[in-house]
Design a protein around this ligand. Sequence first.
Ligand code: AMP
Length: 222
Amino acid sequence: MNQADRENQQLVLALSKGRIFEDTLPLLKAAGIEMVDNPESSRKLILETSDPLLRVVIVRATDVPTYVQYGAADFGVAGKDVLLEHGGEGLYQPIDLNIAQCRMSVAVQKGFDYQNAVRQGARLRVATKFVQTAREHFARKGVHVDLIKLYGSMELAPLVGLSDAIVDLVSTGGTLRANNLEEVEHIMDVSSRLIVNQAALKMKRERLAPILAAFESAAVKG
Ligand code: AMP
């Protein structure tokens, strides 16, 4: 195989550390691919796999759609929460992998009368990382909100008076309970999806198709 052919056949998969990486391993296995490096024990950002023509890049969860959109990665795995904030431009989203499942919810400090605050038409201060999703949710309800963008530890915001409410991902509910917060509204269920660069899908279809098919048949059924 010459250099040009090799580059044409080389695939890059973008993943984030943690649950998405862990939950993607069985899907890779179904496609006959094992990881050689582990991101938890290695500081490498480009990881080799048992397939010499497939490499995994480890990026922040919110950056996965950007790497795939610009073709720096051919495909990736990203949560619905991240995709809604990104907008999905340039991305083909063929499969809901049903991994890293959780829900997006509105939460407030226990004892805060959320229903009354919403009913009275006052402006609600909402802290979140998910500004687009929160904006759309409250616009649909006709609730006026001041959105405060945070990058993490949203649970702290109502406790120190930064906001009345937060919009965040909830899995077991343990983090909310530990911080004296309660869910008052379920916005949507969230899971992770496979995303593919549209140009790669055309140019590298032969290489991608069997991997996508293996992911699809191994994906947890919704
Ligand atoms: P839990 O305490 O299990 O409800 O988890 C809540 C915390 O984990 C919050 O800080 C969430 O932002 C985060 N979290 C839960 N599920 C996910 C997920 N699927 N992806 C990213 N973050 C998550």
